[in-house]
Design a protein around this ligand. Structure first.
Ligand SMILES: C[S@@+](CC[C@H](N)C(=O)[O-])C[C@H]1O[C@@H](n2cnc3c(N)ncnc32)[C@H](O)[C@@H]1O
Length: 236
């Protein structure tokens, strides 16, 4: 029975395109974060493997991560980047930035910019009233156009003593800064996915989805700036 399970594991690894030593190396990297006392909110091991595989497959040169946290997914992305690739990763929480800077191996930080930004709430004119979004105030779009985006933040925050948590809307603001063919990996956040596919169908198509994440692809529909976006209204 045990040898049968081992065989299945090996088959799965081969399917994911990684040899056993490579898989162990990735697991060791992941465990730096999983074993941290602050590691409760990191990407799951299953999704970390998928993310690593996706970066290897699409070989993006300019990657944006929304939600560095303590840096688990940032390290996984940086590990899989092609030569010359660069990751920009955004985080609102100073403590997280400090921990990420300590935990992410220095060699991997060479191809990475960790950018701290406040999170904020906003609406998008042209969309139904009452739809509020959260996002990062200062995304360095000069580091784009991006070929791959991981959406895994911002977290909720406290304003005037009350918790604030809205659907991620950064992706809407980013449409003009995504290269045609850009892959967007959305961790959870099914409400956000629904909104993107309903109102921004000109700009995103569905690649694949599981209960845990969704992959979208930026179409080649031009978007000069945020004010020139065309809103669809497709029930999804
Ligand atoms: C789902 S987490 C991001 C996880 C990250 N992409 C990773 O895989 O390591 C979303 C947000 O939660 C917050 N967060 C995560 N870990 C935290 C911690 N230990 N303490 C405070 N905030 C945390 C950060 O603001 C982060 O951007």
């Amino acid at each position: 029975m045990i040898s049968f399970i081992k065989k299945i594991k090996k088959l799965l690894q081969r399917f994911a395109g990684r040899s056993e030593p490579e898989e162990r190396r990735l697991r060791t990297l992941y465990n730096r974060f999983a074993d941290s006392p602050e590691g409760a909110h990191i990407i799951s091991w299953r999704d970390a493997r998928k993310l690593h595989q996706a970066i290897q497959q699409y070989a993006p040169r300019r990657v944006l991560e929304l939600g560095t946290g303590i840096g688990a997914a940032s390290a996984v992305i940086a590990d899989a980047l092609p030569v010359g690739g660069m990751l920009t990763t955004m985080e609102q929480n100073e403590k997280c930035v400090r921990i990420a800077t300590t935990l992410i191996p220095h060699g991997l930080q060479k191809n990475m910019r960790i950018v701290r930004s406040e999170a904020y709430a906003f609406t998008v004119s042209g969309l139904p009233t009452g739809l509020y979004f959260s996002g990062y105030k200062t995304i360095p779009t000069k580091n784009g156009p991006f070929d791959f985006v991981l959406v895994d933040g911002p977290a909720g925050w406290v304003e005037n003593g009350a918790p604030v948590k809205y659907t991620n809307g950064d992706l809407i603001m980013l449409i003009p800064h995504l290269a045609p063919g850009c892959i967007v990996y959305i961790d959870g956040r099914k409400t956000a996915v629904k909104i993107y596919l309903q109102f921004f169908a000109d700009y995103f198509s569905l690649v694949s989805e599981t209960p845990w994440y969704t992959l979208l692809k930026r179409t080649d529909a031009p978007a000069r700036d945020i004010h020139s976006l065309h809103f669809s209204d497709i029930r999804v």
